[in-house]
Design a protein. Structure first.
Length: 204
């Protein structure tokens, strides 16, 4: 396959993966790319686009097809994130992922990082607030076998996943699954500012 044909095929895969992420709620970019190849009838050994190219395709897909509906869904998810962050204020909560980046929609989970040397103290906060939760364990990268303890819960119709890092994890963010760079993280004040900016744009 020539270079131009290869680039065109990777663009097709990125666009199809983007539609799967937006319309069907695929959260794992690698899985979305493999499923895109399957839907397009391409070999599973096809050269795949980079995650950054898929993320750009998601933004373009939402710009073309989602419009104001996606923005309303994103604002709701950010409001929920802020409410949960305020509940967990003692644990230096940070918002990460698609809800922070602006690519989330109604099918997206909210991802939060909190910091404590004892995950049970986070669980006690939920118990005191009479908030149901499910305990989880997540591996952030395939090459790191160590799991991160956390919780999943439902809040105002939104699924929230909270990972509990040791307190010194505040110093350095873990690598992003999209580009491998340190994850962008936002604290309560920064998420509040995002919501205020969105409200002023809506009023304008």
């Amino acid at each position: 396959m020539g270079k131009r044909s290869s680039q065109r095929q990777k663009l097709q895969i990125a666009q199809k993966a983007a539609s799967l992420i937006v319309e069907e709620g695929f959260a794992d970019y690698q899985l979305a790319k493999r499923k895109a190849c399957e839907r397009l009838g391409l070999s599973p050994k096809s050269e795949l686009p980079r995650n950054q190219e898929v993320e750009q395709a998601v933004l373009e897909y939402q710009r073309l097809f989602a419009g104001d509906g996606q923005q309303a869904e994103l604002q709701h998810l950010r409001r929920v994130a802020l409410a949960v962050m305020k509940l967990l204020g003692d644990f230096e909560p940070r918002l990460v992922g698609s809800v922070l980046k602006g690519t989330a929609n109604a099918l997206s989970d909210i991802h939060l990082h909190v910091f404590s040397d004892d995950a049970r103290s986070v669980a006690i906060t939920f118990l005191n607030a009479e908030q149901n939760y499910q305990s989880i364990d997540r591996r952030l990268t395939e090459d790191n076998p160590q799991g991160i303890p956390g919780f999943r819960l439902l809040w105002e119709g939104a699924h929230v996943e909270i990972l509990v890092f040791p307190y010194d994890g505040l110093r350095a963010a873990p690598p992003s699954p999209v580009d491998g760079k340190p994850m962008r993280r936002a604290n309560v004040a920064e998420v509040s500012a995002l919501l205020e900016d969105e409200s002023s744009l809506h009023i304008a």
